[in-house]
Design a protein around this ligand. Structure first.
Ligand code: BG6
Ligand code: MG
Length: 213
């Protein structure tokens, strides 16, 4: 078997919290007078840390914000985002995702999370996955967010494996960049699937079952 482990991005791969990020950023953008924040803009934020995402959004306005004001804006977005997370439960975990994860584990693969999000523990708990993964590397244990490879290198280190033995699964171009920079191969969903550097294109999550053996 080529791979010994699979490292999954969380938002937009294991669950649809990428939509919640979009709603919360759009609400924040409108609050500060940015009326044209689109899904295309939001795709640029996939995999990017909260503060770096805010900086990208602020490029759409001429207003200047101090570091303190930026921290407040990021906190407001996170509060709106967490309100959306509060409504999540195990029912929000797609059956196809869960059964695919279980099949991969039965095949002997280790399973890990590699996410830029500081809300990772909360989301995994709400989905009933808080004890499921063999390793979790997230926004709380890194200094550089994707496209830097740090979070995936941490996950591989927690698994005690080399990057060449781990496949990364991503929905973000920045995430695929991070994987490749770290020496991993990557499988991509959505935009990441169409990206030139992505090793395998997945049309849907269960397609993983066709490439991981
Ligand atoms: C990534 C998301 O998983 O986490 C980004 O794709 C998000 O959109 C980033 O900005 C940080 O998330 P959080 O929950 O720490 O604000
Ligand atoms: Mg993602």
């Amino acid at each position: 078997m080529k791979y010994k482990a699979i490292i999954f991005d969380l938002d937009g791969v294991i669950c649809s919290t990428d939509e919640y990020h979009y709603f919360a950023w759009k609400a924040l953008a409108e609050m500060i007078g940015i009326k044209d924040f689109t899904r295309k803009d939001n795709n640029l934020l996939r995999g990017i840390s909260r503060m770096d995402s805010l900086e990208i959004i602020l490029k759409k306005t001429d207003k200047v914000y101090s570091d303190e004001q930026k921290a407040t804006l990021a906190e407001m977005k996170n509060d709106m985002y967490k309100n959306l997370l509060a409504g999540m439960s195990e029912e929000d975990l797609d059956e196809n995702v869960l059964s695919t994860l279980k099949t991969l584990r039965e095949r002997g693969l280790k399973l890990a999370i590699g996410s830029s999000s500081k809300n990772t523990p909360l989301i995994l708990e709400r989905l009933g996955l808080d004890k499921f993964f063999d390793a979790v590397a997230d926004g709380n244990c890194i200094t550089h967010s994707k496209p830097h490879p740090e979070v995936f290198l941490k996950a591989a280190e927690f698994l005690n494996l080399q990057p060449c033995n781990c496949l990364v699964v991503e929905d973000a171009v920045a995430g695929v960049e991070a994987a490749i920079a770290g020496g991993f191969e990557a499988a991509g969903l959505g935009e990441a699937g169409a990206y030139a550097k992505t090793t395998y294109r997945l049309h849907e999550f269960p397609d993983l079952l066709n490439i991981s053996v």
